[in-house]
Design a protein around this ligand. Structure first.
Ligand SMILES: NC(=O)c1ccc[n+]([C@@H]2O[C@H](COP(=O)([O-])OP(=O)(O)OC[C@H]3O[C@@H](n4cnc5c(N)ncnc54)[C@H](OP(=O)(O)O)[C@@H]3O)[C@@H](O)[C@H]2O)c1
Length: 318
């Protein structure tokens, strides 16, 4: 039976470290701030907004709310993003999705300056990930945990998207080495599947990306040492598709007609064959927001470090 990759306790661990470091900055008179831009009142945006707000309170990050009405024009939203870019109180900006239908979301996300793009979805952040120019890739021989405590994190060039980066950190937390492994990623979205594939590749996995047009999905998945599914299709991965001992990361979040929340993976048939598996809920989901908070903290540290490289002492002992 597979060992559970427990995202809830890992998320608490991350938040604990973030809280400590936020406090250290506070003692120096620096308040870490996360901007939340909510356009309109979509239930999904509101739900994520509330969860982020709660997490901010837990770690002492100041949440700054920026609201615009549903019928805002693209220019009005762009003006707001530019104002937030210039706002010294804001270290990171999260734009809540979905935006109203008339708005081009890429145009909005690309307007965020990379230093504040803590969701890592702007074109520059994505490009730096693809070019292996993000801080966490440049120093690829170091683990993410080692990087967290080293001075190089103070020189963060851009941020990695929260959900896929959370997956990579969760794997590392359980000492699952991806180097040389066959990794199959299901889904190629810009927020999850594509960046996750690039991160696995940067850590020297052999990566296959599947999508709706993939022929013989079961055959491809059967070859995988590591399966990461982000499709939003409940029950897509069944036990007969999984190699004995595979690591299974279920990123999907699906609400069934009876209200239950499940992932893409049929847990009961897959868990007996896998070596590790994430539950849904309680797997990747909780890690995502804690990474967002960590990225926001890094942005604040980086800002301070660049202002005065000798003022910021980073604890190397942990
Ligand atoms: N845990 C978290 O924190 C977190 C964060 C973000 C998203 N999610 C969840 O992750 C899932 C994916 O999110 P997303 O934003 O990446 O969604 P998305 O933009 O809708 O992308 C879904 C991807 O899955 C592929 N796909 C759909 N049906 C498939 C099938 N039958 N076989 C193979 N591939 C298939 C699509 O292929 P095509 O490209 O060919 O259409 C697409 O690339 C959702 O359930 C979402 O709720 C979770």
């Amino acid at each position: 039976m597979a060992e559970i990759l427990d995202g809830r306790s890992f998320a608490e661990e991350i938040k604990g470290h973030v809280r400590e470091d936020v406090l250290k900055l506070k003692e120096r008179g620096i308040q870490v701030g996360l901007g939340l831009l909510l356009v309109g009142d979509h239930p999904a945006s509101r739900q994520y907004y509330r969860a982020t707000l709660k997490a901010c309170q837990k770690v002492g990050v100041r949440a700054l709310e920026f609201r615009l009405p549903e019928d805002s024009s693209q220019n009005e939203i762009l003006n707001m993003v530019q104002a937030i870019n210039a706002d010294e109180r804001v270290n990171g900006l999260l734009v809540l999705f979905p935006l109203p239908r008339s708005i081009n979301p890429r145009r909005i996300v690309n307007e965020i300056v990379p230093e504040k793009d803590v969701d890592g979805l702007g074109a520059i952040s994505v490009g730096r990930l693809a070019a292996e120019e993000s801080t966490f890739q440049i120093f690829k021989e170091l683990s993410y945990a080692e990087l967290r405590t080293s001075r190089v994190t103070a020189m963060v060039t851009s941020f990695l998207p929260c959900t896929p980066f959370g997956v990579m950190k969760l794997l590392e937390r359980y000492n699952i080495d991806v180097k040389g492994k066959n990794a199959v990623v299901l889904g190629k979205s810009l927020a999850v599947g594509k960046p996750l594939s690039l991160m696995l590749l940067a850590k020297e996995a052999t990566v296959t990306i599947c999508h709706k047009e993939t022929k013989d999905l079961a055959g491809v998945v059967q070859q995988a040492d590591i399966i990461c599914s982000a499709t939003g299709v409940a029950g897509l991965i069944r036990g007969d598709m999984v190699k004995e001992g595979a690591v299974v990361v279920d990123i999907g979040i699906n609400v069934l007609p009876d209200g239950r929340i499940v992932g893409d993976v049929e847990f009961d048939s897959v868990a007996p064959k896998a070596s590790y598996i994430t539950p849904v809920p309680g797997g990747v989901g909780p890690v995502t927001i804690s990474i967002l908070l960590e990225n926001t903290l890094r942005s604040a540290q980086s800002h301070e470090f660049l202002k005065n490289p000798y003022s910021l002492k980073i604890d190397l002992s942990r």
